[in-house]
Design a protein around this ligand. Sequence first.
Ligand code: FE2
Length: 218
Amino acid sequence: MKSLSRRKLLKLSMMGVAGAFTAEGSLAKALLPTPPETEGPFYPVTPQDDKDFDLTQVQGRDGVAEGKHIIVKGSVLDSQGQPVPHATVEIWQANAKGRYRHPRDPNSAPLDPNFQGWAIVLTDEQGEFRFKTVMPGAYPASETWMRPPHIHFKIAKKGYVELTTQMYFPDEALNETDLLLNDKKPSERLLMIARKRGPSATEALDIYEYAIVLEQKS
Ligand SMILES: [Fe+2]
């Protein structure tokens, strides 16, 4: 198997996938695939025209989504750390108050008519993608279990195993008690939590970076 260059390794480690390397030492042989997670009960079932990368605005409406606007950007890679271009990256999430636009969401928190809730994009030639969205609210999964803020992901590309997973946010107290996240090994948890980058000269919003590693079909 091809080794990764030091430069590539450094970039990947900055994106949080360094812990995924299966080989020891500075030059690794392969990346572990991103752990799968349940699709959950709120996969979108109501068709909508607007599924573009900007979830903070809905086509035909003047308002913007409530809550803290953020950027989620990331890469889809294969196990050799090579970019996977033209992969389909689908996300769905609760609004800032923790409510899904799903007919069976029992949460009494209000819907936000200006929040798109669901988006589908393709990775570019470098395997990269980007969404503008809101920080999802926490919500009760049961009387004793609050789900931490998270974004559901589904990633597909011919020749790779389709991946359904959930991306979590760093420094969230509810991460410590979430039954799903804590069912994972510590090394897997690291791969499911995005890295925060503060606002930059060119980007006023907080950026969360998330690297996804797909498994090739054999
Ligand atoms: Fe969820």
